[in-house]
Design a protein around this ligand. Structure first.
Ligand SMILES: Nc1ncnc2c1ncn2[C@@H]1O[C@H](COP(=O)(O)OP(=O)(O)OP(=O)(O)O)[C@@H](O)[C@H]1O
Ligand SMILES: [Mg+2]
Length: 278
């Protein structure tokens, strides 16, 4: 398995982009348009009973791309990203992640869970385990690492997310921002190729939001492929390669942040942005 950070990366904002001058700084991360495809969704549908929640999602994500997915409550954002690691099952269409098609085959599901890390709004740490135990559990059980190797990696990750001194604490002894950074470290410990974030800052007090976004920005710069459901529009503007606006179970519009912020094409996108930016 190749290290995503070693992939060639170029600035996707070309001088010919009509919305950006060639002197404008590009997003924090970027992926060459010829980078390998890592997620392919074709006509993905999902129903909860009679409720048609995903109504034909087509999406291609290339290695190293950072996507921000946004849209009204109930539009299917969480459901969509949860289908990508099979926390939710889609009923029609095709999802292929890193060459593995998501089917009912449990071997594929186990393989996908190793490839795709997820960070939730509510952290979802095990309260009865220390930070170190939370982070090492997966690598020891699923990857078969020795405790020693898993702990060494956990300490490295805790340094990376800025809390090296918290290893022996329990989650409830930490602030929300620190807990979320542990959750990011825990997901990274599995060495995923893709990271999914579902509103990772929306349960945090305002002063803790930036510490989590900073970690996410660092991860984006390192070349991680990331799909982030978030309404943090500063993060989207500076870090996303592509913004995806969902409403009512479909992708209404997508494009680079400059296009979405400065020249959205769809009325629904304009209305939603007007609501959240003012
Ligand atoms: N487990 C479930 N059972 C039944 N309906 C569900 C379930 N989960 C979500 N839904 C419904 O599916 C639709 C999409 O929900 P989803 O959580 O994906 O939206 P969202 O865009 O993430 O919204 P929010 O911004 O509020 O998180 C909503 O109408 C929701 O009520
Ligand atoms: Mg949601």
């Amino acid at each position: 398995m190749s290290d995503p950070a070693s992939q060639p990366r170029t600035d996707p904002v070309l001088p010919t982009d009509p919305f950006v001058s060639s002197a404008a700084p590009g997003p924090a991360s970027g992926s060459a348009s010829d980078a390998p495809v890592i997620i392919e969704c074709q006509d993905v549908h999902k129903w909860y009973g009679d409720h048609h929640v995903l109504r034909g999602i087509d999406m291609t994500v290339r290695q190293g791309e950072v996507l921000v997915i946004f849209g009204p409550s109930g539009s299917g954002k969480s459901t969509f990203i949860r289908t990508l690691n099979r926390l939710e099952e889609h009923q029609r269409g095709r999802i292929v992640v890193d060459g593995i098609e998501l089917t009912t085959d449990v071997r594929n599901i186990a393989a996908i869970r190793r490839e795709v890390g997820m960070v939730f709004q509510q952290f979802n740490l095990f309260p009865h385990l220390t930070v170190l135990q939370n982070i090492t559990l997966g690598p020891i059980r699923v990857r078969g690492w020795t405790r020693e190797k898993a702990e060494e990696e956990a300490h490295r990750l805790l340094t990376r997310v800025g809390i090296p001194e918290q290893a022996l604490k329990y989650p409830l002894q930490l602030s929300g921002g620190q807990q979320q950074r542990v959750a990011i470290a825990r997901a990274l410990a599995m060495q995923p190729r893709v990271m999914l974030f579902d509103e990772p800052t929306s349960a945090l007090d305002p002063e803790m939001i930036s510490e989590v976004l900073d970690v996410m920005q660092g991860l984006a710069r390192s070349g991680m492929t990331m799909l982030c459901v978030t309404h943090e529009m500063g993060f989207a503007r500076h870090v996303a390669d592509r913004m995806v606006f969902m409403d009512d179970g479909v992708i209404v519009e997508q494009g680079p942040p400059t296009q979405i912020f400065e020249a959205p094409e769809q009325e629904r996108t304009k209305r939603f942005l007007a609501q959240i930016l003012h």
